[in-house]
Design a protein around this ligand. Structure first.
Ligand SMILES: NC(=O)c1ccc[n+]([C@@H]2O[C@H](COP(=O)([O-])OP(=O)(O)OC[C@H]3O[C@@H](n4cnc5c(N)ncnc54)[C@H](OP(=O)(O)O)[C@@H]3O)[C@@H](O)[C@H]2O)c1
Length: 290
């Protein structure tokens, strides 16, 4: 008797990345590698604005469909017969280009709506554009998600906050999270839209804070006579190691992890006292206030 080959579960997902720039390409790489929602490669479409960018995208992603037209039938006609699929459409342009991109998408979305087809979930990656603003640029009741990723998505180590409009369905939100997890091991769904402002100044800006601290430490080490190449590798690895330790020890408080390094009377304790007497916490609080 022939044993049938195991079949993978059917794909529930189509993905379009409009304006596939730096972040879009990171997302596309993650999705191709991890195939969230079992998405098929022939159901992923990338768009670009300039011809040379479209050509470069096609070279970089030969297995995906790439187009220079946001209204290309390869994006929109596939939805016609399929009511089961969730279509996630990511808006990759910079904030100032988003109204124009929405104006291009408006007629195709409205046509889908008029035909009684479900609309794609539109996901914005721009920190400052609100659900109300997006809604005013798109047909009424387009399902929307605001996303706040950070730059480590480029090495698949991002941290991302999400906020959906009220009409995004639970399955759609599950798939949005699955797609982000391909580049962002931490994905947090926020209970309130204004929490995104806090997320922007905490995890959105966090890479800059850590790089700033690392830079100050490297400079200080240089001043004390340690060659820069040595201090850079030691400090970078200390940063990775400390983050991993905090991540892999969820039951241990940060205070405890800190205390484990601070032997009473030792040099780390003295260094922490210098930071604390100079109002370290208040400076951080002032800096991150949205
Ligand atoms: N990069 C990150 O790590 C990161 C992290 C967090 C959040 N974000 C946010 O993510 C968004 C994208 O950032 P990014 O760094 O990926 O920007 P980017 O590299 O400039 O990519 C945007 C792309 O969109 C294209 N574009 C603009 N209008 C278009 C249109 N109407 N149709 C098709 N393509 C269009 C641009 O084309 P041209 O090449 O012709 O200009 C460009 O290739 C921004 O809002 C940013 O704040 C980025």
């Amino acid at each position: 008797m022939r044993i049938p080959a195991p079949t993978s579960p059917p794909s529930r997902l189509r993905i379009t990345i409009i304006g596939c720039g730096t972040l879009g390409q990171a997302l596309a790489h993650g999705v191709v590698k991890q195939r969230p929602g079992n998405v098929r490669l022939d159901e992923i479409v990338l768009t670009g604005r300039r011809g040379s960018h479209v050509d470069a995208l096609q070279l970089q992603f030969p297995e995906l469909t790439v187009t220079g037209d946001n209204c290309d039938p390869c994006i929109w006609d596939a939805d016609e017969g399929d009511t089961q699929k969730v279509h996630l459409l990511f808006l990759g342009p910079k904030p100032y280009d988003i109204p124009a991109a929405c104006a291009q998408l408006y007629p195709v979305l409205q046509r889908q709506k008029d035909r009684g087809q479900s609309l794609p979930v539109i996901i914005t990656l721009c920190p400052g554009i609100t659900i109300a603003q997006l809604q005013s640029w798109l047909p009424y009741e387009t399902p929307l998600v605001r996303a706040m990723p950070n730059t480590p998505v480029k090495v698949s180590q991002g941290a991302t906050g999400l906020f959906p409009s009220a009409n995004v369905k639970p399955l759609e939100m599950e798939l949005v999270q699955a797609v982000f997890r391909a580049i962002s091991p931490t994905v947090a769904v926020l209970p309130q839209e204004n929490h995104l402002d806090i997320v922007a100044s905490i995890s959105g800006s966090a890479p800059a804070y850590f790089f700033h601290l690392m830079d100050s430490m490297i400079e200080a080490a240089k001043g004390l006579g340690l060659p820069e190449s040595i201090s850079t590798s030691l400090i970078t690895q200390s940063c990775i190691g400390s983050g991993s330790m905090a991540h892999l020890s969820p039951g241990v408080s940060l205070a405890q992890l800190k205390n484990d390094v601070c032997v009473p009377g030792g040099s780390t304790r003295r260094a922490m006292d210098v930071l604390d007497t100079n109002d370290w916490h208040r400076h951080v609080e002032d800096a991150v206030r949205p």
